[in-house]
Design a protein around this ligand. Sequence first.
Ligand SMILES: Nc1nc2c(c(=O)[nH]1)N[C@H]1C(S)=C(S)[C@@H](COP(=O)(O)OP(=O)(O)OC[C@H]3O[C@@H](n4cnc5c(=O)[nH]c(N)nc54)[C@H](O)[C@@H]3O)O[C@H]1N2
Ligand SMILES: Nc1nc2c(c(=O)[nH]1)N[C@H]1C(S)=C(S)[C@@H](COP(=O)(O)OP(=O)(O)OC[C@H]3O[C@@H](n4cnc5c(=O)[nH]c(N)nc54)[C@H](O)[C@@H]3O)O[C@H]1N2
Ligand SMILES: [Mo]
Length: 653
Amino acid sequence: MSTYPSACPYDCPDGCSLLVETEGNAVTSITGDPANPYTDGWVCAKLRNLPEAINSPRRILTPLRRTGAKGAGEFEPISWEEAVGEITSRWKDLIARYGAQTILPYSYAGTMGIVHRNCGEGFFHALGASRLKRTLCSSAKTAGWQKVMGNSCDLSPWEVAHSDLILLWSANIPATRAHLAPILRKAKENGAKVILIDVYENPSVDFADQTILIQPGSDGALALSMLQVLDQEGLTDEAWLSQHATGWEELRATLEVWDPEETQFLVGQPPDVIRELARAYGQAKAPCIVLGSGFSRSGNGSEATRAIVALPAAVGAWAKRGGGTYGICSSPALIDKSLVKRPDLADPHTQEININLLGPVLEGKKVDTPIHSLYVYHANPAAVTSHQNAILRGLEREDLFTVVHERYMTDTALYADIILPAPYMVETADLYTPYGYRQIQYVQPAAPAPGEVKSNFEVFRLLSAAMGMEDPYGGSTVEELCRQMVEDSAVLTREQKDKVLAGEPVVLESPFPLPIETADGKVHLDEPIITWFPPFGGGEPFHLVCAPAIHTLNSSFNECASLRELRGEMSVRMNKEDAARLGLAQGDKAVCYNDLGEMTCTVALDRAVAPMTVVAEGVYPGKNTVNCLTHARLSDRGDATTMNDNTVWIRKA
Ligand SMILES: Nc1nc2c(c(=O)[nH]1)N[C@H]1C(S)=C(S)[C@@H](COP(=O)(O)OP(=O)(O)OC[C@H]3O[C@@H](n4cnc5c(=O)[nH]c(N)nc54)[C@H](O)[C@@H]3O)O[C@H]1N2
Ligand SMILES: Nc1nc2c(c(=O)[nH]1)N[C@H]1C(S)=C(S)[C@@H](COP(=O)(O)OP(=O)(O)OC[C@H]3O[C@@H](n4cnc5c(=O)[nH]c(N)nc54)[C@H](O)[C@@H]3O)O[C@H]1N2
Ligand SMILES: [Mo]
């Protein structure tokens, strides 16, 4: 038995350091590495169960060519030579007929490793393919934060322990921030009060002293209302505001309309609840907002972020240890990724396709040069991207040449013309810096890649050579690129660099108070005045929200039978009164439908949900899953997904 240090590659703020045990070439166990104080020696159930997927007989181990109809899942093994030959000859032909923009790369966050996540960009920029705007997750939230806070970072997770009032705002701690749980417990032991603000009683309720369920998309109205109460009741920190903020007087002059008497109908909570929340926030010594991203995947998501981020400024929370926000931008850029992303190779005149618009684009809408080839790597758009039915119709097109680089038969891979076999992280080297705290780790493979599996980096090198292109990385290996990026870091000290290069996880302290990194060093509460406007969905019929599941991560881990079982069947949660009106009881089958599609699933009534709201946890495999009901519409800023902002009708199945 051997033990290797490794890092979790999944799109999760916790970014754990791992210990991987192997017997021969087989990975036998994955645990948390105590060398990383945030991981603290333990990992979630997903990672503990990952060896089952890594060793699964269902892994794709050779390149495959489609033999049946698209979507039928019939393939034959072929060699890498044949696969690369077929891909590049089809591409050369398509480029000659339509130009290189007819090829669309599609990738998101299957791996967060800096090299393997980003190295396709160098290749596709050099090829002149369409550019992909990767805004599938929280770019509305980032855009809102940046308007107020510029390039500032927010708190490191361990700082939350110093807070005496913690608002878990649109955040599911057990699912998406499990390592914050011990910190929340510590804060509670020290007397902190915890309030959950969500559209349903998500599993974070176990930490909450109080739960406030609000209408989806009403967060901005709630935050503005809290500001109105803080102002009315003299709970703002005028000294801090005058020294560290601009635009407060202008914002304050507009707050009257956000009186809780007015906003109660938007928020769905009585004025007293809103006032009490504002008072608790204004009277706390160091209030901290742990802000998830769910609320920001909405037509008003960026503006709502601005309103929420105005709260810590209004009470001067940033000046108090434990005060501020956690979960928005908790890690400064320790590494410059441009060595791998190669933005210098991108032609700004090449068409840019928003990742959320894949369905319409494959159907020939919202695109100048129509797409005739799609190359999907570390993403599963047939399951995770909005307007699933349009995506499936697009993937069925006979004139679309689709290549999917994958580890197992995903919903997207089913439609591929060519599938290429991809690795798990234990089989590759890479450099990892999580977005939920200041950490960096350089990882070497713990096991050899099985069968004919090749990494993203290896595949792009093969494709680049076969297209007769110059290697964007000048012949460097993954290890050399990682070393170079560490050496070039403007943030790490020499000692930290040496530690990273020796394979140790390096965790950085955060400064206190955090610097405000805007052009003038001030928090910006104007330009323009922060406001609220209605989301796309809402009212009657039901507002549909997509929430994370504990045992899977987006569509990742759907390949693990044990985790699928722990997660249970596809369901929607709603409140008992709404269910009763529709004649639905716990465990009944219901059909959720709208203009885009319909999904049949089980009704779950065991957690409280805001009125006229349904919550679908997790991304399930198959057709007619929740993203058949989500529109390909973009947020107010940041061009983000609005998958939490849709309306559905419901009937008993
Ligand atoms: N187990 C697990 N872990 C994950 C993931 C997963 O799917 N499963 N996903 C990973 C990814 S890609 C990300 S981006 C991160 C963060 O994942 P996020 O999706 O940002 O999850 P949270 O931050 O926990 O926030 C989700 C919460 O937002 C709530 N919500 C939705 N709409 C609204 C609204 O309008 N108002 C309010 N107040 N609340 C709302 C949902 O009910 C849910 O409880 O987690 C990562 N980690
Ligand atoms: N309904 C609903 N939809 C959602 C979400 C939700 O909670 N609910 N979450 C949204 C969010 S926040 C996000 S970030 C997106 C995420 O969307 P995606 O980034 O598409 O994430 P995953 O579903 O995890 O799929 C990643 C795929 O990458 C593959 N993969 C992993 N590592 C590698 C590798 O090294 N090479 C290659 N070639 N493949 C690899 C995995 O096998 C997996 O199939 O989904 C969004 N969509
Ligand atoms: Mo995400």
